[in-house]
Write a protein that binds this ligand. Sequence first.
Ligand SMILES: [Mn+2]
Length: 365
Amino acid sequence: MSIRFVHTADLQIGMTATGSGTMASALRAARIQSLARILSLARERNADFIIIAGDLFEGNDVSRELVRRTASVLQSSSVPVYIIAGNHDHAGPESVYRSNEFNPGSHVEVLLEHSPYVLESLDLTLYPSSCLESRSEHSPLSCIRKEGATGFHVAVAHGSWTGGPRLQANDYPLSTEELEGLGMDYVALGHWHSTFPDPDDEPTSVFYYSGTPEPTGFGERDSGNVLLVELDQGSRKVEKIPVARYKFLDLDVKVNDETSVGYLARTLEALESPDTTLVRIRLRGVASLSVQEAIYEMIETEESRFALVRIDDSAMLVSPGETDFAQFAPGGIASVTFRLLEQCDGIDPRLRSRALDLAYRFFKA
Ligand SMILES: [Mn+2]
């Protein structure tokens, strides 16, 4: 006998996405739409059930209307769903899961108690560890004890793996030793927004973060996936399936001369699905004033094809080149101003760069 399930987490329905400007409302809608998409995927792939490993909601205070809508999406599922509370939607007295508006139907179980949940028809025991508050220094795995030697055993927890980059001590830490010591067939984790480890690179891991199915912002290494897990007697197969609607992409561009403009233009041109791609262009290096201007003009013409374009030029400095000077009369006020700013010692290079940029715009206008 084998079992198959979809593992997801961190949908964070109700996230405001206010940092994404004009895209905010589309990004908000995409989060609840991703839930509907996951339910369909589970049906198509003949999953026995779905696990949501915490943070289905952005918080316990999300609007009651949104709670009702989310519950009605879950109601439509033809596949059973098992949910634990994460740190955002924790299981405290004010938990969104205890509200009157959350009525997803009897095929959806929110496992707020720290006690094993047996699914006899699948010969499976789930070990849920819902977060009881938003922060804790205790491991979410400490409440889990395997019961019985036969059948399938799957733990579901929400926290931060301690083998990763430095983290806060009160972020529900969980270690490899604990994870491996549980004796589970699989540990479904939530909290990290990127899939980890990648099942293609590490097919034998006993624990995985599914990551969020819909990216929440720039800088996420591998978000936008769900995991399809298949357990057979003694074997485990984990497949990563991309499900995101939107993509957040970082483009790092070193600027030096006119060729940088062409390079960036070609890079933007080559991107697939620009209407659902949010791009952050990070410029670095030293550019002449005219190259900087050409870059901004080029981005401006490309911008409308994309869902969003954001420019981060905090690591780029401008310094006038010969072509910049050639635009102005030699010895005229513009040239003199540039040269004075250039020769000014003991000034922060960023400040000088900003002053040159302002002076250039002023004299060009
Ligand atoms: Mn979380």
